[in-house]
Ligand binder design. Sequence first.
Ligand code: HEM
Length: 408
Amino acid sequence: MTKLAELDQSNSTEMNLGDATFKANARSILSGWATRPPFYVFNNGPPQVIVGRYADVYEVFQDAERFASQMPREPGFEQFDKFMGGEVITQLDGERHSRLRRLLMPAFAPSRVAQLESHISQIIDGMLDGIENGGREFDGVTNYAARLVVGALLTAMLDLNANQTRILLAFQEATPAMTTTKPGEPYPPHVHAAYKDMANLIQQIVDNRRAHPRSDFITDLVNARDKADKLTDKELFDQVLGILAALATTPRTGAGALFTLFTHDEQRKRLIADPSRVPDAVEECLRIAGNGYFTFPRIATRDTQVGGTPILKGMVVRPSPQAANLDPLAYVDPLKFDIDRKPQRIMTFGSGPHQCIGNVLGRKTLVLAVRQLLARFPDARLADPGFAPEYGGSVGELKMKSLPMLTH
Ligand code: HEM
């Protein structure tokens, strides 16, 4: 059996996978990964293999037996446990994963999303009213994209009050600290506090829906059934936690879409003239400016190889959907933004057994957000045409901090 030391050390790169410099240069770094065979990073916790070419990323996503999602729960792997021990669908494998997926699926069915659509659209209109009433200046992230969770998804799906929303956002803000925790170190105290508040909040919501069922997303989960099977209380809790955390992907992609559209004036004007093109344009935004550069990590269950790079059992494998979306073998001239491209099979929502269960809702929310913003403010623009975004968030996420804009 090959040992770590016997791997080709020249195929390794020393890098901090989550710092501000990395994020500021993410586009060009990922574009490099898109044509590079899988390579090793040894200086960032457990030995990792970064996978960026489209065909390689696809292979890792599809083969859940070789590349499992359930990470070791042991010292050294703290940075990969975003849910502090919670067993969330994204990090389960095999029948346990398939069973949860069957139970959750009805809450995400297109008919359910269609029911949410008009509510989300109304809420977005209210957000635009707020921007209109606030004067000419606004922030495309804090006043709009970020509010797609607080304002739109949470209200339409869960009907949370202001205090409950604050707890959820505090939890989302705490997750980056988990992903930068050094091997063997405890999570910082504010992370534990945020988790505790979040756990109480979920319990409150679930108890409330049990006592007063209504036609909403959590009630669907409380009632989720597959024949005689149903979610246990612990499973329900863990899945609500995971889904609430997953909501944050929509603002991140929303901010990416706004920045992309508002740095391509001619294409944006064509969209304003013909809003029926918005879904195709959003798909292209999702390709070129996705949610971040990693999904959840995988762990190799045996010695294997991908794209010619040996991978040892127990190594952490990190597929990058954003790099795959920039692979010239998958998309011609990949760095060019083109609303007529109609990109097929983008990796932004993953692929294979864990492909995003909320993709219809995420896509729909972004289409509404872009369409309604362009219709309301056809002369909107970036306050500074040369603006260069800064990004924060967890390792693997590109969370734009702000996007100063003008309504006209
Ligand atoms: C534009 C927005 C979104 C993006 C870019 C996105 C991206 C992703 C990706 C890449 C995965 C696969 C992760 C992996 O394989 O490791 C995933 C899974 C998942 N997403 Fe999303 N997502 C979005 C919106 C949503 C929404 C709105 C929800 C829920 C309301 C959601 C719920 C989930 C769940 C539950 C999974 C786990 C599925 C499984 O493991 O079987 N996502 N998402």
